[in-house]
Ligand binder design. Structure first.
Ligand SMILES: Cc1cc2nc3c(=O)[nH]c(=O)nc-3n(C[C@H](O)[C@H](O)[C@H](O)COP(=O)(O)OP(=O)(O)OC[C@H]3O[C@@H](n4cnc5c(N)ncnc54)[C@H](O)[C@@H]3O)c2cc1C
Length: 397
């Protein structure tokens, strides 16, 4: 009889894991807390490594149709001085290219793919308890009073994972990094340049009091410029944050970026919805599993958005776990331990990369800022062009 896998979380890792597990003959049900697919989210990047996973899952064509290819990136100072411009021929180097897209579009594609693969998804099923007794199926209990059984549970329930808290109540939770990163989509995008394939690299500006990134992307509403700001700030109080108007958010952003090179202020002013986002970090967990319950994706190892690898790491997890379970699903705790051994060194390295990039976005004195910019002008053209093969050329097979 096919083994039953309960996947908690229908974000990115959950549905793609479900596709791979269905390909391997497992019976899969995904339990998602939300009542419907999330309609919230800004832009998201998928590196060559993440795209390789989506190719294996049969989702590459759909993702390409809803995204734009990313050609490279550039960095300038807040006065508009160009520090570096990098263009990578990813197709030649890695046999695949990275993309930028709206997270809602990625989520929809993953969810449709999962249902097409024969996995079922149950919405409005927030997991509140898990019982794992030897000799019995694992039992999941939901907020609505219902329950379900499975032979193993894989939790892809995100950075604020409830399952992590349930199976490891003493494990450290997310810690605020001191950086807030609001972002949005601006309709200010040159349709002609977009159609001609120009302007699809990420343009970054590093200032004394923060950072601003922008890139042209395709969204369900059409071409847009996706942008995000990163700057120091106190952790916003949820209630107070909810009361802020769009104008309040714009004014706060313009206080930091208002005199930075255009079109930065123009993008902020023309955006109709600004998503607030406080960057959290999850300290390293003592373990990613307990018995027949495993954490994957952000639930196990949230990587900072500065690495651009959150979704790609979650996707690699999904493919690796399915591969290991395909090889052996008899001793589930042993497979889960092996999964952690395979994945932890790599995710630790990406977490370190994210922290290193995040450190550059904190405020500094004017003197320290200009010293940094001068150093970057000298060193970035040398170091930034080094190919990051360890990151992008990774294969799960
Ligand atoms: C709404 C949303 C918007 C995001 N927007 C962006 C963005 O704009 N840019 C970006 O780079 N990253 C964004 N992220 C984060 C990014 O998607 C993840 O870092 C990455 O894709 C890792 O995916 P994951 O599957 O591990 O977790 P996630 O994609 O975070 O998915 C976790 C899922 O688990 C569900 N869940 C949580 N608790 C429970 C529970 N108790 N029971 C059942 N289900 C539960 C959540 O509702 C969610 O659907 C967003 C995440 C979310 C949830």
């Amino acid at each position: 009889m096919a083994k039953r896998v309960a996947v908690v979380g229908g974000g990115i890792a959950g549905p793609v894991l479900a596709i791979f597990l269905r390909q391997a003959g497992f019976e899969v049900t995904v339990y998602e807390a939300l009542a419907m697919p999330s309609e919230q989210g800004g832009g998201i990047g998928l590196g060559c490594n993440g795209m390789r996973v989506l190719r294996a899952a049969g989702l590459e064509d759909a993702v390409r149709a809803a995204s734009v290819r990313q050609h490279g990136w550039s960095m300038q100072s807040q006065r508009g001085r160009r520090l570096v411009e990098v263009c990578v021929d990813e197709q030649a180097r890695y046999g695949i290219t990275s993309v930028l897209m709206a997270r809602t579009a990625l989520q929809a594609i993953c969810s449709q793919g999962m249902q097409f693969a024969g996995a079922s998804i149950r919405y409005a099923k927030r997991v509140t308890a898990i019982e794992d007794q030897e000799g019995q199926p694992v039992v999941l209990r939901f907020e609505d009073g219902s329950h379900a059984e499975a032979d193993m549970v894989v939790a892809a329930d995100g950075i604020r994972s409830s399952v992590r808290q349930l199976i490891m109540p003493d494990a450290p939770g997310p810690v605020y990094t001191g950086l807030i990163a609001p972002g949005g989509f601006s309709p200010c995008v040159s349709k002609e340049a977009f159609a001609a394939g120009a302007g699809k690299s990420i343009q970054m500006t590093l200032g004394q009091r923060g950072f601003f990134g922008m890139a042209d992307v395709l969204t369900p509403a059409g071409p847009r410029t996706m942008w995000w700001s990163t700057a120091e700030g106190p952790l916003p109080d949820r209630e107070a944050d909810r009361r802020l108007t769009l104008q309040d958010r714009k004014a706060a952003l313009l206080r930091i970026h208002g005199d930075w090179p255009q079109p930065i202020a123009q993008l902020i002013e023309s955006t109709e919805e600004i998503l607030p986002f406080a960057i959290h970090d999850v300290p390293s967990l003592p373990s990613w599993s307990k018995g027949r319950v495993l954490l994957i994706g952000d639930a196990a190892h949230a990587v900072a958005p500065h690495s651009g690898q959150g979704a790609s790491m979650a996707l690699e997890d999904a493919q690796m776990l399915a591969k290991l379970l395909r090889e052996n699903s008899d001793d589930v705790p042993a497979v889960f331990a092996r999964f952690e051994r395979e994945r932890r060194p790599r995710t630790d390295r990406v977490i370190a990369l994210g922290r290193q990039r995040g450190a550059q976005k904190h405020s500094r004195s004017l003197l320290a800022y200009w010293a940094r910019i001068s150093m970057m002008r000298l060193l970035l053209p040398i170091f930034a062009r080094r190919p990051e093969d360890w990151l992008f050329d990774y294969r799960v097979e």
